[in-house]
Design a protein around this ligand. Sequence first.
Ligand code: UTP
Length: 296
Amino acid sequence: MKKVRKAIIPAAGLGTRFLPATKAMAKEMLPIVDKPTIQFIVEEALASGIEDILIVTGKAKRPIEDHFDANIELEQNLKAKGKSDLLALVEETTNVNLHFIRQSHPKGLGHAVLQAKVFVGNEPFVVMLGDDLMYDSTPLTKQLMDHYEDTHASTIAVMEVPHEETNKYGIIAPEEEVKSGLYSVKNFVEKPKPAEAPSNLAIIGRYLLTPEIFSILENQAPGAGGEIQLTDAIDTLNQTQRVFAHQFKGQRFDVGDKFGFLKTSIQYGLTHPEVKDSLKDYIIELGKELEATNEK
Ligand code: UTP
């Protein structure tokens, strides 16, 4: 059995839900307190045992590349001023085995993943969406890799969502719960209307895929929204080899969505040693003020 060693992080979308902030900057670089979103994803990959990471970038390629590169001038400046704690923070992003490829036209997530065909070769790999943060005691990517050890099959992370929101996600039609939280799947549907959705188990931003997905993606016609959809290719893959769905029970934050971004910033802020106490006091005060306004 081939080991899962490689991860792809698609970060080439237009980020229209975050305009105008994303006019000249990838949404994956938006900071959660003091750390760009994409750095959390890279950290999840490393904590899961991934060795090589390919980031698919688009128009705003430079800031992402620069963030994971050495910044000699800044490092020298921090060293000269004796700011060793800040220096450590700046240097910790430079020791990762990172590669970059450009998706010149954002034709959809499936098309972004296809750009990684040569990088991946004939190995299983993971896809980690650059704007979806997951929290659990075991990283979600590692949970998928653990299933792969048993099944040697593609496994997609899913999570329950409110039924009225199925049209925002890829949704699975589960077949059988083969073991706790692991389902075989009848089919995968991209963004079904609530009335047509086969379940409320939505595909979230972590996928473990076998390399056979690439030949399917090469011939994949545009689907929902006129984009080349990864979900459609996974549905085709499921017709020739088993694809499982793993139900994630941890916390997920969609950082590409305004409200999701605000919630993530608050949650992370409440654990951040520098700001957690003042943020907590501020939230309590704000709560009182809002309550008083409501009572008027
Ligand atoms: P989204 O659908 O959330 O990203 O794609 P988007 O299209 O940038 O966002 P909105 O809806 O316009 O606000 C999920 C992930 O896939 C990447 C995105 O960067 C994001 O991390 N993606 C999407 C690509 O890399 N290429 C694409 O063509 C589309």
